[in-house]
Design a protein around this ligand. Structure first.
Ligand SMILES: [Zn+2]
Length: 342
């Protein structure tokens, strides 16, 4: 990218190979995914308007280790690895306390430094994790991109076995992993999606019930299923003004609503009276911890967490096509980009 703008500002061109610095790993990229906030909104200049150019997007590359910098002993050439994008500063109070997820100086691969829309990318060794056995590179990209946050959301919401959960945007990539994690915890899951096809995708992830809220009243459906009690946890990663009364209204007594996204705008009307009378909580959880990443790797090795649907895999040269498909909501699940094979 040399400028902000529509998908066509993504140019496929040659740049010098990245240099691998001390404490870094040089990756030969095999897959990277297209993300709404971290790719589309960055490209449009909405998410990080101060971004210096030229810039290379790509928060979640997976591939093989090509070289390691000084001080890196864990990885060797040829290892199959996947990158998690968050770089904690390592120096602030939260980082020193071992809580990097609360670092207020957190930086991100693909935003604060060049990312994985490339044949090669250099990343800090702390961001590199092994590809779980049995996963393809595209699957590893998708799983490590979204599942840690799903675990973080369930953790912050204190979701327990036997509870009822409502997952908004359940056909989205994050939503699909939230459904899986909620089932893993032992909760009952109602998935909400905007079409029958999207509801089917949520059911594929294990949802007990999937509601197409364009065809059926979501609140009525939730109250019917929960015998009038409402759900214990709402995973609300949509933030749609019109839909909010249905999702917030679905929250039962002592319910927790947890959010890590606002693709539909995020400005909603909150009924504080309802919130305090019913002893409810609203929790923000935009980040995952190292423990959430490790849990993701372990559960996917065990086959208990699987990739959400990958709608299509495109050559890296067609990144702009991938951006347009996601922007125009023509895909269900993920779009993955692949650089030319080595
Ligand atoms: Zn920090």
């Amino acid at each position: 990218m040399h400028e902000f703008g529509p998908p066509e500002v993504l140019r496929y061109e040659d740049v010098p190979d990245p240099v691998v610095g001390r404490g870094e790993v040089l990756l030969r990229v095999r897959s990277v995914s297209v993300n709404r906030t971290h790719c589309l909104r960055v490209r449009g200049g909405e998410y990080f308007p101060g971004l210096p150019f030229p810039h290379v997007l790509g928060v979640d590359p997976a591939g093989t280790v090509e070289a390691v910098g000084d001080g890196v002993h864990v990885w060797k050439r040829g290892d199959r690895v996947v990158v998690h994008h968050a770089i904690a500063c390592g120096a602030c109070e939260a980082c020193r306390a071992g809580e990097g997820e609360y670092c207020d100086r957190q930086r991100q691969i693909g935003i604060h430094r060049w990312g994985g829309y490339a044949e090669y990318v250099s990343v800090p060794a702390q961001n590199v994790h092994p590809v779980p056995e049995g996963l393809t590179f595209p699957e590893a990209t998708v799983v490590v991109r979204h599942a840690p946050l799903a675990f973080a959301l369930a953790r912050r919401a204190e979701l327990r076995a036997g509870e009822w959960a409502l997952v908004m945007g359940a056909a989205g990539a994050l939503g699909g992993f939230v459904v899986q994690v909620a089932k893993l915890v032992g909760a009952h899951v109602i998935a909400a999606a905007s079409s029958d096809e999207r509801a089917a995708a949520a059911r594929e992830c294990g949802a007990d019930i999937a509601v197409n809220y364009r065809a059926e009243d979501l609140l009525e459906a939730v109250l019917r299923v929960t015998e009038g009690r409402g759900v214990d946890v709402v995973f609300e990663n949509v933030g749609d003004r019109a839909l909010w009364p249905k999702s917030f209204g679905s929250l039962g007594f002592r319910g927790r609503l947890v959010t890590a996204g606002a693709h539909a705008g995020g400005r909603v009307e909150l009924d504080l009276g309802r919130l305090y009378h019913r002893l409810q909580r609203i929790i923000a959880s935009p980040r995952s911890s190292l423990a959430d990443i490790e849990r993701t790797l372990a559960e996917s090795r065990a086959g208990r967490i699987r990739s959400v649907r990958i709608d299509r895999v495109l050559p890296l040269a067609e990144a702009a096509v991938g951006h347009r498909l996601l922007q125009e909501r023509q895909v269900i699940g993920k779009v993955v980009l692949e650089p030319p094979a080595p």
